[in-house]
Design a protein around this ligand. Sequence first.
Ligand SMILES: [Zn+2]
Length: 205
Amino acid sequence: MEFSSKLLENAVNEMSQLPGIGKRTALRLVLHLLKQSENQTVTLAESLRKMREEVNFCSNCHNISDTKLCEICANPNRNEALVCVVEDIRDVMAIENTSQYKGHYHVLGGKISPMDGVGPGELTIQSLIDKVKNGRVEELIFALSSTMEGDTTNFYIFKQIESFNIKTTTIARGISVGDELEYADEVTLGRSIVHRIPFETSLKN
Ligand SMILES: [Zn+2]
């Protein structure tokens, strides 16, 4: 792509670093911003900078939150003995949308994936194990997407907490293999949480 302006080229290059945004889409977005008022671009840049600088993670569940303890963890009506293990905030949002779940979450921040250089140490697994060790958890619900990485992560955590004698379950697989949780429709996802199955049953499949 040949640019008549270095400034334009820089902006397009930065924009095209984002996932799913190729050079052509980046150019379209940048040209769009140029057509809008300058104030709009400044507001966009400022909101990104502010989010980046001030973003905070809940000290209990590691979800993105503006407060030290997120709204879910701070809510006395939620059951803290029931913990749903998810990959990131998108899964929390998807499950919350079903209105079928009244427990807590534990946000891992990803899945174990040696190919991408993500080991257990890069995730919040130790904090989850500590939570179980402290006797605060009665049931862990594994709700990672059923990809190879999701299964590996579930199994790794399961092995670490097996001896603590807590209930481990997994969401019922109305959700087909490889599907990401965030794409499951609310009714299906809600149903799979309500009708969750013992984790060990899922291993035999
Ligand atoms: Zn929280």
